[in-house]
Ligand binder design. Structure first.
Ligand code: B1H
Length: 800
């Protein structure tokens, strides 16, 4: 949009006065931020309104991304950037002696997600809008987001994330569009006199779902999509005298808390309620909109609506859509089913068995009696149809309901026309191993959509210095099409450019060093290699392997204090699920090892370990630009894709990688000489499983380096881990090292030595760093969402 500084200042000062009856000099940061947000809102609101009207008039097909998590982070800069007014506003504020960067920090992170899955959903929201694609989000407006992590005595403590205390300036509450969601009670079917059976209900628990619309502003285009988040409330006409306190609490609790788990599943009734709550509310709103605005009969809804099931948490979309079509719209079963399968599509994000969602049948029956009937009927009809075609073995292995459980992945695959994985290797594993029987029955449904990241947040906003350097070098076209970054390859032998690239990295490291000093009170050497592992803490991600390597370097120094080791700063950022005891023990160990090494005079500053508290989107925006090395060291086959690997690559870090998830595609993109690969391959891992002959204890016994490091965990060498040390030791030895940490250790050490050697040649390193940036184009989520749009949702860009 067009905006002059003068106009902005006028708008801003007026808003501040209207809102707080104060002049700028008397206003606090919170007041200034809220006023600025209101001004920005006033800029996009007309575009939003127009786009909504356009979508209705054009009758364009729209996609709805149902996700139980979103992880947008702060939105101020994103909105300014996408409206094309970042520079104007920054300069105007600076004329008023206000720093945009400081002001932006006032906004709490919108952290209603756990990790990669939620952040992916938000990258998709940004990319859909930025590509002008009509794609909306649907989720839950949790009162408390992901817990705030505080490290006390090295331990993770969890504090509530009360992010809504000062309101969310971007959202719009739309009480007129509230819908009701019901739970429990009894259901029975009666003939409606016209030959069909209609459900009747008794004693149901009623909950009001109120939508909050959050604008998703597209990058320099006139698209504003919607992320709808639902809040649970008590229906106004509910006679509370007949309700017990428990009921009132439960209703409020429905949208109170994000389930703070990642890649791990643990059944809870409240979680199942949450899943049904946002699924039912979202689908009801879509159908109401259809009735009001779309001029086609309901039988054509698949030409106007695509619903995406982001992992299995929204899998109840399938039976709920059936219920609405049959019970409310009067469709016959066969027709409803055909439409449902065309409307729905599903992404699988993990093949870890403990994360495959299953619900006990009786729980679903009690909580959702009508939906349960429909699930049974879907399963019954499918079994009957398929039995003669594929035989009992395949039918049984792919049943939705078996052994007293409802298999949500099965429901999602059967009830949709598309199932995709999130990186090539992961999609292959789905087809070949984990969901192979489904692939045999429905081969045409399976496909791959390699994840991506929104370059606006992960480069333009978080790394303005690198962005400007790129502008100066190849122009601005990359800001609309990340593939343009390949043009940077022409500068790989240009010494001026390479030294500018080094200078940018240095400046980003200095910026991070200041944050580390302020938050951790640790001085780090900005000439050192910044080695970064940021992601949720999970055994399969193998933060422990990184730790064992650090201990090796430490012992090398202890044995020979004059040894020539290139200085390194190891930076960790990681939250553990509150109930994941082992992950929390690893956090404690990292912090105690940090204390030990950081304060050892022999080390003389050559190694520094920094565990940064409360890793979140905003902290990532500081850490990622400053990274030299990106640690992507999960056991091959376990990390479905990973996305921090892409963010770090885009910012010029070199990847230390196993051949897992999207690392493989990163390797293909940058070439073997610009990445460090180590460790078992997926096939080697599977061979071990097949043979069953992995013996970690043998490695512990026979490898003297590892022997010494592992003993340090239980002999007091690493202080203050009397409980955690032996636990970690036992996991790697007695319990046979589930994720092959010991097996991959030697090769990891070898690859780490290569890192050090290459870093000593700054020109060679910088060229490799450039190769990573220049080849990052294909990891833009703009590419990913376009593939979803073309191959799965069949939606077209606005005005196209
Ligand atoms: C991913 C999850 C996940 N996969 C269950 N699965 C959850 C599973 O609260 N729960 O119950 C929460 C999250 N998250 C991640 O998705 C993968 O591990 C990453 O490899 C991948 O990059 C990311 C996005 O596709």
């Amino acid at each position: 949009m067009e905006l002059t500084k003068e106009q902005f200042i006028q708008d801003f000062e007026k808003t501040l006065t209207d809102k707080y009856a104060k002049p700028l000099i008397q206003a606090g940061q919170q007041e200034i931020f809220q006023s600025l947000a209101d001004v920005v809102k006033s800029y996009y609101a007309p575009i939003w309104q127009e786009d909504l009207a356009y979508k209705d008039e054009s009758q364009k097909k729209q996609a709805y991304y149902f996700s139980i998590e979103f992880l947008p982070g702060q939105m101020l800069k994103s909105n300014l950037l996408n409206l094309g007014i970042m520079d104007t506003v920054r300069e105007a504020l600076s004329d008023l002696n206000v720093s945009l960067d400081e002001l932006a920090e006032v906004e709490p992170d919108m952290a209603i997600g756990n990790g990669g899955l939620g952040r992916l959903a938000s990258c998709f929201m940004d990319s859909l809008a930025s590509k002008g694609l009509p794609g909306n989000g649907n989720g839950i407006r949790y009162r408390y987001g992901l817990f705030k992590q505080k490290i006390i005595d090295g331990y993770q403590c969890e504090l509530p994330d009360s992010w809504l205390d000062n309101g969310n300036p971007w959202e719009v509450r739309r009480p007129e569009q509230a819908v009701e969601v019901t739970f429990g009670g009894e259901v029975w079917l009666e003939d409606d006199g016209k030959g069909s059976l209609k459900p009747h209900y008794r004693d149901q628990e009623r909950v009001l779902a109120v939508p909050y619309d959050n604008p998703m502003v597209g990058y320099e285009n006139s698209t504003v999509n919607n992320m709808c988040l639902w809040r649970s409330e008590i229906p106004e006409d509910l006679d509370v005298r007949f309700q017990n306190l428990d009921y009132m609490n439960q209703t409020a609790q429905l949208s109170a808390e994000l389930y703070p788990d990642d890649s791990n599943y643990d059944g809870r009734l409240l979680r199942l309620k949450q899943e049904y709550f946002f699924v039912s509310a979202g689908l009801q709103r879509i159908l109401k909109h259809y009735k009001k605005h779309i001029k086609a009969p309901i039988s054509q809804i698949h030409e106007y609506v695509a619903v995406h099931i982001n992992d299995t948490h929204p899998a109840l979309c399938v039976p709920e859509f059936m219920r609405l079509l049959i019970d409310d719209w009067g469709l016959a079963w066969e027709q409803a089913w055909e439409i449902t399968v065309k409307v729905m599509s599903y992404t699988n994000h993990t093949i870890l068995p403990e994360a495959m969602e299953k619900w006990p049948e009786d729980m679903v029956q009690n909580l959702l009696p009508r939906v349960y009937q429909i699930i049974l009927e879907i399963d019954r009809r499918r079994t009957k149809d398929l039995l003669p075609k594929v035989g009992p073995t395949l039918v049984h292995s792919t049943r939705i309901v078996k052994d007293g459980q409802i298999h949500m992945a099965h429901l999602s695959i059967i009830g949709s026309h598309s199932t995709n994985g999130v990186a090539k290797l992961h999609s292959d594993l789905i087809k070949d191993v984990v969901l192979h029987d489904f692939y045999t029955i429905y081969p045409e449904r399976f496909n791959n959509k390699t994840n991506g990241i929104a370059e606006r947040r992960w480069l333009q906003i978080s790394n303005e210095k690198l962005s400007s350097l790129i502008d100066e070098t190849i122009g601005r076209a990359w800001r609309h099409d990340l593939n343009e970054l390949v043009l940077l390859k022409n500068y790989k032998d240009n010494p001026d450019f390479l030294s500018q690239l080094q200078a940018v990295k240095k400046a980003d490291k200095v910026r991070l060093a200041e944050v580390i000093k302020e938050r951790n009170d640790i001085e780090v050497n900005t000439e050192a290699i910044f080695d970064v592992q940021v992601k949720r803490l999970h055994a399969y991600k193998r933060q422990l392997l990184n730790v064992l390597h650090i201990m090796k370097l430490y012992f090398d120094i202890k044995d020979d204090p004059s040894i020539d080791i290139y200085p390194r700063v190891f930076i960790f950022g990681s939250k553990a699920a509150p109930g994941y005891h082992y992950a929390k023990s690893i956090i404690k160990a990292i912090n105690e090892i940090a204390n030990l090494i950081n304060n050892d005079t022999d080390v003389a500053g050559r190694l520094k370990i920094v565990f940064m508290e409360n890793y979140n989107v905003s902290l990532a925006e500081y850490i990622i630009p400053a990274a030299d090395v990106s640690e992507q060291i999960s056991l091959a086959s376990k990390e479905a894709s990973g996305t921090s690997n892409m963010k770090l690559m885009l910012n010029g870090a070199l990847t230390m990688a196993t051949l897992d998830g999207a690392n493989i595609e990163i390797k293909d993109a940058v070439g073997d000489e610009n990445i460090f690969i180590f460790g078992l391959t997926k096939d080697e891992v599977y061979d071990y499983y097949a043979r069953g002959d992995y013996n970690a204890h043998d490695i512990y016994k026979s490898n003297p380096v590892l022997n010494r490091i592992l003993n340090a965990f239980r002999d007091g060498t690493i202080p203050n881990i009397a409980n955690e040390g032996p636990e970690i030791f036992a996991s790697l030895t007695t319990y046979n090292d589930e994720y092959f940490v010991l097996r991959d250790f030697d090769d990891y050490v070898r690859a780490q030595a290569e890192v050090e050697a290459l870093y000593r040649d700054q020109t060679a390193w910088t060229k490799a760093s450039l190769a990573n940036i220049a080849n990052a184009g294909r990891f833009s989520s703009d590419r990913t969402v376009q593939e979803y749009a073309d191959d799965i949702w069949y939606i077209k860009a606005n005005k196209a």
